[in-house]
Design a protein around this ligand. Structure first.
Ligand SMILES: [Zn+2]
Length: 465
């Protein structure tokens, strides 16, 4: 796919690319200013088709850039954000993309662009037919997704067989929509998948479980692929939650089955909750960064007090949810239910001082209060723009500010592993602000705090009281 590209020296290439992009911008400006009130719908269809094609060609070029950035033919070069800043983060910041989208693009790009071996020899792309279709703008993002999905779902087969299937799928992608391609993929899989072709390694690759972004109602959609063993465990747990058993809020573990109105899906959900609670409550999950694996939630005295009243008095509104160490919202009602089951570590913070005034814990937890303080004060990584929650963070020591030089909680802050490395390697420096937060300076930029740490910085909320 690269054969037709002529070689240019750096300056000439940059000038030409900029001039071409300027020409495109100018043409788009004109397009935006041109009235299409009287052109007729058949022309609008023609226009839409061409815009879709442009979009696909642009996307193909984008993938080329991602592939080149991941493995630059001219060496690494400089990155926006200074040395030590990871490419993924620099791109996410500059393009304002969520990091997982940047990661996704790198992954797709790696599959449809040639790579180089250690000796410098060019290796053909993993998916050469798809690569050509992407570069020419013949297929769109949804086609790419379905072709990759269909190929990844295949059992282990010979390379030439896989290449034939790739050609078939891409052939359809050039003339049909993505649903059609997905359907073809399923039928091919059915014809070449007699029983027994799937092995353990295949299942290992395919296994996965994703909890999607938490909705405004506090609910989270899940999707995934369970291996047979996990499914067997879930099935056994669901059996324990058969009608009449472990009904939430029923007051007893077993009630009359006829009064249990839960659907099968609701019982499956309750079974998962029961199993996880039992697993965490057993203490057999070990420790996580010094704290026995448990649910960490932070809230304030005022909110907790209000919640306690709201549980019995319908006139009192429920306060805002607590925050978990995983970065999600936990409504007060759920927090109190969790606490009742004694599988919790609850940190309560005063509204004004941001210092812990009450720590309730299950007995087996020793002293990990400093880390809990970080959970409540920082909530997650303190590097500006980083969204990693507290469970994924290490404790960073900011000695400059600690008055006595002790490891008081005031001198300990959360930083995720990669960002902590930025500091320890000297690519970033940290200072403590007057109000006790950790400010980061990266690449000589002025120190800033992570606005994600406090809700009040993002969106001031009215007082509940
Ligand atoms: Zn981070």
């Amino acid at each position: 796919m690269t054969a037709a590209r002529s070689f240019l020296f750096a300056d000439a290439a940059r000038d030409r690319v900029r001039a071409d992009l300027d020409a495109i911008d100018a043409a788009l400006d004109r397009l935006r200013e041109t009235s299409t009130d009287m052109v007729g719908n058949s022309f609008r269809v023609e226009l839409t088709e061409r815009l879709e094609h442009h979009h696909r060609v642009t996307r193909g070029l984008t993938y080329r850039m991602f592939a080149e950035m991941a493995d630059p033919p001219d060496g690494a070069g400089h990155l926006p954000g200074g040395p030590g800043v990871r490419l993924r983060d620099a791109l996410a910041t500059r393009l304002r993309l969520v990091p997982r989208e940047v990661t996704r693009r790198f992954k797709v790009a790696a599959r449809i662009t040639p790579s180089r071996s250690i000796t410098g020899a060019i290796i053909a792309p993993e998916l050469p037919v798809l690569a050509e279709a992407v570069e020419s703008g013949a297929v769109g993002e949804d086609h790419i997704t379905e072709v990759c999905k269909a190929l990844d779902a295949l059992p282990p087969i010979a390379a030439h067989e896989k290449a034939t299937i790739e050609a078939t799928l891409v052939g359809h992608a050039r003339t049909q929509d993505a649903d059609f391609v997905a359907d073809v993929g399923k039928r091919i899989a059915d014809t070449i998948n007699p029983d027994g072709l799937f092995d353990d390694a295949h299942r290992k690759r395919q296994r996965g479980f994703t909890i999607h972004t938490q909705g405004p109602d506090g609910m989270s959609r899940c999707s995934g692929n369970l291996d047979p063993e996990t499914r067997a465990l879930v099935e056994a747990t669901v059996a324990a939650v058969r009608p009449g058993h472990h009904v939430p809020d029923a007051g007893a573990d077993v009630v009359d089955g006829a009064t249990d109105t839960r659907t099968g899906a609701q019982r499956m959900h309750d079974a998962l909750k029961l199993g996880l609670r039992a697993g965490i409550g057993s203490g057999s999950l070990g420790t996580h960064r010094g704290i026995p694996v448990t649910v960490i939630a932070t809230t304030t005295v005022a909110d907790l007090d209000q919640a306690a009243h709201a549980m019995t008095d319908p006139d009192v509104p429920m306060p805002r949810p607590a925050r978990t160490g995983g970065g999600s919202s936990l409504p007060m009602r759920d927090l109190i239910r969790l606490a009742a089951n004694a599988v919790h570590y609850l940190a309560v913070f005063d509204d004004h001082s941001d210092r812990p005034i009450y720590l309730a814990r299950s007995k087996r937890i020793a002293t990990a209060d400093q880390r809990i303080v970080c959970h409540a004060r920082d909530q997650g990584c303190t590097r500006p723009g980083c969204t990693r929650p507290g469970y994924q963070c290490e404790v960073h020591h900011a000695p400059d500010w600690s008055a006595g030089g002790t490891t008081d909680a005031d001198s300990l802050y959360f930083a995720c592993g990669p960002d902590h490395t930025l500091v320890t390697r000297g690519h970033a420096t940290t200072t403590v602000t007057d109000d006790g937060r950790l400010a980061w300076s990266i690449g000589g930029a002025p120190p800033t705090v992570n606005p994600l740490q406090r809700d009040a910085d993002l969106h001031p909320r009215p007082s509940h009281r």
